[in-house]
Design a binder for this molecule. Structure first.
Ligand code: APR
Length: 312
């Protein structure tokens, strides 16, 4: 029997995630959205592409959760995206309500699933999903670091005119302006980029990475990035479905690691069949530690906002 992945939200990110999952023949996909006809139409369209794309994965589109029963993974992309001038944090009240309802539904029907959270503001949405699902912390994972490090890698490859395949990048922290790219762990063919380009060029790539989402929003004007976010979510799903145990930067619930307690923060984790199988701790310099603390404070601020919204 094929593995089953439910994708909630059949918009730009959700539809692209579904396309990549089936075209890699990783699993069957259930695509769910509140808009009538849209998940059904996109699932049918992707099914009709299957003979040409040469895969036998099955897709179902639905407006209710019944077909999602027994999913191995649920990827949640439901919510509203950013418009120009908006920060990810501006989405919090609308998307928190959506995330709570969606998580309750999927957790009830797929109590053993691993949840991959994509909706923004990412770190806050992970907290909502963690609370609403009641799942153990290893099965609630946020997609941020894989995307942020892919952006950093793309910029490094452009700068040095080398293959993206030779690049490796390391990003910690929250998914936002306080993310913490680590140049000394970012390499080209194993060589740290600190040996390949001057400090000011690295700083400029780091800044472009931190503003990577906003750069796309300002170009698209009507929505936010989706090709790279979808690729990132699918890389995480693949590692879980195939029990590959890849080390990937993801938002994970920390209880003491990196001296952070009770917060979702981007850290390197081992992703396998059980979800997060290990949080990888590395020794940080004082400067990196300070940047991570700043990032944690920003996530704590979002968590406090959620509490206030809950009390209303
Ligand atoms: N249940 C199911 N689907 C929902 C719900 C809900 N309660 N509320 C909204 N949706 C659906 C919308 O109908 C829409 O089809 O979520 C989809 C979101 O799609 P887009 O508007 O195209 O947004 P997208 O670009 O896919 O981004 C989705 O991911 O990257 C983040 O910041 C981004 O939070 C945003 C999310």
């Amino acid at each position: 029997m094929n593995k089953k992945v439910t994708v909630v939200g059949a918009g730009n990110v959700g539809a692209t995630v579904s396309q990549r999952l089936v075209e890699k023949e990783l699993c069957d996909v259930v695509l769910i959205d509140i808009i009538e006809g849209v998940p059904q139409g996109k699932a049918l369209d992707l099914t009709e592409a299957a003979p040409i794309e040469k895969h036998d994965a099955h897709l179902i589109g639905a407006n209710d959760y019944k077909p999602s029963k027994g999913s191995d993974i649920v990827i949640i992309t439901a919510g509203i995206p950013r418009k120009p001038g908006m920060s990810r944090d501006d989405l919090i009240s609308t998307n928190a309500g959506i995330m709570k309802n969606v998580t309750r539904e999927v957790a009830r029907l797929s109590p053993e699933a691993v949840l991959i959270i994509v909706s923004n503001p990412l770190d806050a949405m992970c907290h909502v999903a963690y609370d609403a699902s009641g799942f153990p912390k290893n099965r609630v994972i946020g997609m941020a670091g894989v995307l942020d490090s892919a952006r950093f890698r793309a910029f490094i490859a452009m700068e040095l005119d080398v293959s993206v395949e030779n690049t490796h990048a390391f990003v910690l922290g929250g998914h936002g302006d306080t993310m913490v790219p680590l140049p000394r762990y970012s390499t080209v063919a194993g060589i740290p980029i600190t040996e390949l380009m001057p400090r000011e060029r690295i700083d400029s790539l780091v800044e472009r990475t931190a503003n990577g989402g906003a750069e796309i929003v300002s170009l698209l004007k009507t929505g936010s990035a989706y090709y790279a976010p979808a690729s990132a979510a699918v890389e995480m799903a693949e590692s879980i479905l195939k029990d590959k145990k890849k080390i990937l930067p993801c938002a994970a619930y920390l209880e003491g690691e990196y001296d952070i307690n009770g917060l979702f923060i981007g850290v390197p984790v081992k992703l396998g069949a059980k979800g997060i199988e290990k949080v990888i701790e590395i020794v940080l310099t004082d400067e990196e530690k300070a940047a991570l603390e700043k990032s944690a404070a920003a996530v704590q601020g979002l968590k406090d906002t959620l509490k206030k919204l809950d009390a209303k």
